[in-house]
Structure formats: structure tokens, C-alpha cells
Design a binder for this molecule. Structure first.
Ligand code: GLY
Length: 310
């Protein structure tokens, strides 16, 4: 039985009558680690026990949801709204599992890419009319003024796009791939949003594609060590099309060291997805810290989106 459960006993009972695999979600914030696709009862019970009884994810795991598994490709559809008007940002796709081939546990995001080809016009219109606009109308009808980014995590199933989650923020690492394609002044646009006068036509985007490869500490999303010296960053910001976003870093006595699970987002924009990925990976290969891990297959399944020869 699917639903929301406040006690482990109720959750275990419900697991006796679900179809496998089942999706288990912690109801609170868990830094991207609160979702588990359980293949069978034993693994599901183990996750519920860790989250609800051992509190491994903290207070965000006190209540869980059991949900039907949706099959398809994920799409991050993020909009900016001033409460009256809205503009979709360029579409992105995240890679949440820690290892290549979508293996291993979920993370906050190991990499993302953006290409307009992720979102054919008819799909964009369907998402706008059946998901975005009803959501904005619902917020208005409920008297909830909403100004800012609204992140809609979608699964593109055979029976259409389905909402996995809403977040009141840009995604990470989707944000890096999106920023790499911005051809407008973000600060000015955000001031317009705050003032309630968003002008969607001012939000212009660079054609082509972008990609972000996240470099993580070894062991993430489980236990990891910090304080590792980061080498190889000199000059990378001067490479045309490349931007390095710092996430888990700090300066220790003038030396840049790791200070989190997701350490750096190596981001590149180019005319085609294959070129963006090649540039991001070439840049990542110059950087080093002890235990460094990153996925080698960001965007690899999107061969239909690559330019010939890339
Ligand atoms: N990358 C997924 C998120 O930010 O929620």
C-alpha cells in the first residue's frame, strides 16, 4: 500500500502489499539522500530501519512515503516567476546516482547537462499547460504569493510527464549547466522578479549545450574525509567556455582544500553537447585531490542529442 507513514511498524506493514520495486522517500530535507528505490522487502526494511529507527538522515527521515516506481528519463524543468508571469529556464538533466551506469546510492547530483533538444516544443507545451500553469494558478488561488525559482522534477514516462518533486530553488548541479547558457543579466532579472515585473523576453539563452561534471570526495554520499589539498585549478577559468563552481572547498592557510562531499562543479558550454562534455571532462582531468571521484558517463546516454562526430 502506498502512502505516508509516521511509524516504522506502519511502514513495515505497508511494505507487505506494495509492487516491487517501490520508491521510499524521506518526507523531509536529506541533502538529496532521502530517496531509495527498493528492489525487495529486505532492502526496503533495511532503508526504513536506517532512516526511521536509526535516524541516519536526521529529522528529515521521521516520516516516509511509499510511492509507485515511475520509469523513464528524468527532466528538470525550472521556471522563474514573479507571481504573475513566468519563464522556463533551459531544460536540464541531472545524474543522481554516484557511480557510472546509474549505479550506487543517490546523491545530491553528480553532473548535469542542458540542451534544447531535451525538450521538444510539443513536450514543453504539454508541461506548461498541464503542470506549470495549474501549479501557478493553484498557488494564486490558495493565496500563496510565489516569486522566485520553482524547480519541477519530472519523469518522462510512456504515459506523459509526471511530477516527482517541487523545490523552491534552482537545482544543483542543474544551476551550473543553466548559468553556463545564460545570455542575460541574472541580477537584473532577479530584481525584476522581486519587483513583480519579470519580462520573459529579456531572458535570452546561448544556443548549443552545456555540461557540468561534479568532483566529489571519495566515499560521498557516505562518510568522507575533508581537508585534501586541491591541485590543478590554475588557469582553468581562462579556458574559453569553462567555469569552475566551488561547492565544498575552503582556504586553509592560503591553500585550497576540500570541505564537503560535492567539491567542485566543472562546467563547460559549447555549440554541441558532445563538445561541452569533452571540454568539461578535459578540464576535470587536470584537477586532483586525494580520493577524488567523478562519474565518467555524464550525458553519455544522450547520444541522440549529440552533433555528428561528437
Ligand atoms: N539536482 C537535484 C536537486 O537539486 O534537487
Amino acid at each position: 500500500m502506498h502512502g505516508t507513514f509516521d511509524t516504522p511498524a506502519d511502514a513495515y506493514r505497508a511494505l507487505n502489499s506494495v509492487a516491487w520495486p517501490v520508491v521510499i522517500k524521506a518526507d523531509g530535507l536529506c541533502a538529496g539522500k532521502g530517496v531509495f528505490l527498493a528492489p525487495d522487502f529486505a532492502d526496503a526494511k533495511d532503508f526504513v530501519e536506517r532512516v526511521m529507527e536509526k535516524n541516519e538522515l536526521g529529522p528529515g527521515g521521521r516520516r516516509i512515503l511509499l510511492e509507485e516506481t515511475l520509469e523513464g528519463e528524468e527532466l528538470s524543468f525550472i521556471i522563474l516567476t514573479d507571481g504573475k508571469r513566468y519563464a522556463p529556464l533551459v531544460p536540464t538533466r541531472d545524474h543522481k546516482r554516484v557511480f557510472d551506469g546509474n549505479q550506487g546510492p543517490n546523491t545530491g547530483g553528480m553532473g548535469a547537462y542542458s540542451s534544447d533538444e531535451l525538450l521538444p516544443d510539443d513536450l514543453r507545451e504539454l508541461i506548461r499547460s498541464t503542470i506549470v500553469e495549474p501549479t501557478l494558478h493553484g498557488l494564486a488561488a490558495d493565496g500563496i504569493p510565489y516569486q522566485g525559482f520553482l524547480y519541477i522534477g519530472l519523469m518522462l514516462t510512456k504515459s506523459g510527464p509526471k511530477v516527482l518533486e517541487f523545490n523552491c530553488r534552482l537545482g544543483d548541479p542543474e544551476a551550473q549547466a543553466i548559468v553556463a547558457r545564460m545570455d542575460f543579466d541574472l541580477a537584473e532579472t532577479l530584481a525584476d522578479v522581486a519587483a513583480g515585473c519579470l519580462e520573459p523576453s529579456k531572458m535570452r539563452w546561448k544556443p548549443g549545450a552545456s555540461a557540468c561534471v561534479v568532483l566529489t570526495s571519495g566515499g560521498y554520499p557516505g562518510k568522507f574525509e575533508t581537508g585534501k589539498r586541491i591541485e590543478g585549478l590554475t588557469g582553468v577559468d581562462n579556458i574559453t567556455g569553462v567555469r569552475v563552481f566551488h561547492a565544498g572547498t575552503k582556504l586553509a592557510g592560503g591553500t585550497l582544500v576540500t570541505n564537503g562531499g560535492r567539491v567542485l562543479g566543472i562546467t563547460a558550454a559549447a555549440g554541441a553537447l558532445g563538445d561541452s562534455l569533452a571540454l568539461a571532462y578535459a578540464t576535470a582531468s587536470r584537477i586532483h585531490f586525494a580520493g577524488m571521484h567523478y562519474r565518467k558517463d555524464i550525458g553519455a546516454h544522450a547520444t541522440h542529442l549529440r552533433a555528428a562526430g561528437n
